[in-house]
Ligand binder design. Structure first.
Ligand code: SIN
Length: 309
């Protein structure tokens, strides 16, 4: 029997697959449905201080290679999620609260209230690309450090960071240095590849409304970028900080590649939105099949095992 469970910062996940923050996890009904599904955890939408409707529609578009979105953090506001956490914990799987903010000041405010509600883990989102006029904090090591320093003093449950994709080893190293100073319990990478542009040639138009059509890319086309980031940070920390691999996972083989590169768990966004909650059963089955075929008995056994030539 192949063991698909995983452990992150001492917290056991019954399956290594879970939703990415943003995918089917905004409302109470969606979160409860995740609780009842085969997902290995319930991850909340990244929350802000005030409830938000998000950006104008259309703001999500799926195409054969992937997806583009500019949701703009639609969410219920942190107070609503803090109230929901005790109910969500009854499903017997970890609850991961995703904390965002529209400015640096927001992060400690939300972190304090959410930490008091005691989710199993807190993910601090430094990488939303879709708020007009707000750069991604994760691309600025100094701003990232200010946020991390403040929330680190507040958060007592295992705390992780959701990072944007980096495209140069110098950027991996710069963020690695910041992360290494604050006892971060886990990392999650990558958020969508920000500010892509998809054009419909028939309509001679962009496909989403916010930001003139610019939005975060997800799905199959971003997998190599996600794998590169997982691998880079796995090597920087020599496997000591568990990584949730997110980006481009459409099937069990994609997940296996993330594990080989160093991921301990997998989040899915585009494929969950496209296929619905049944995707978790399919992914479990496909990953179990490939692990068994390759002679691995568990997720842990193949973590980081990719060979370099
Ligand atoms: C969004 O709500 O725009 C996406 C959130 C994110 O990318 O962090």
């Amino acid at each position: 029997m192949t063991d698909l469970s995983t452990t992150i910062a001492g917290v056991r996940f019954p399956s290594c697959f879970m939703n990415a923050a943003g995918a089917l996890c905004v409302t109470r009904d969606e979160l409860v449905a995740l609780g009842k599904s085969a997902a290995g955890a319930i991850v909340t939408k990244s929350m802000t201080v005030e409830p938000r409707q998000g950006n104008p529609e259309p703001r999500y578009y799926g195409f054969p290679g992937g997806s583009i979105n500019s949701m703009g953090l639609p969410n219920l506001g942190y107070k609503a999620y803090a109230e929901l956490i005790p109910e969500l914990k009854r499903f017997g799987k970890p609850v991961v609260a995703s904390v965002a903010g529209l400015c640096e000041e927001d992060f400690p405010t939300i972190a304090a209230a959410i930490n008091a509600a005691q989710p199993d883990l807190i993910e601090v989102n430094l990488s939303c690309p879709n708020i007009p006029g707000k750069p991604q904090i994760g691309y600025d090591p100094e701003s990232s450090e200010r946020v991390i320093k403040r929330v680190r003093q507040i958060i007592t449950v295992p705390m992780g960071l959701k990072l944007p994709p980096y495209f140069d080893p110098a950027h991996h190293e710069a963020m690695g240095k910041v992360i290494g100073r604050y006892g971060i319990d886990f990392l999650n990478m990558i958020n969508s590849v920000g500010n892509g542009l998809v054009v419909d040639p028939e309509r001679e138009a962009v496909v989403i409304k916010p930001k003139g059509g610019f939005g975060g890319l997800g799905g199959r086309l971003i997998k190599p970028v996600a794998l590169a980031n997982v691998r880079a940070f796995y090597k920087i920390f020599q496997g000591r900080i568990p990584i949730i691999g997110t980006g481009g996972v459409m099937d069990g083989v994609d997940a296996f590649e993330h594990l080989l590169c160093g991921a301990s768990a997998i989040q899915v966004g585009t494929v969950l939105v496209e296929e619905g909650l049944d995707v978790f059963g399919r992914l479990d089955k496909e990953l179990a099949g490939i692990l068994a075929r390759k002679g691995y008995r568990s997720v842990a056994e193949c973590r980081g095992m990719v060979k370099e030539l």
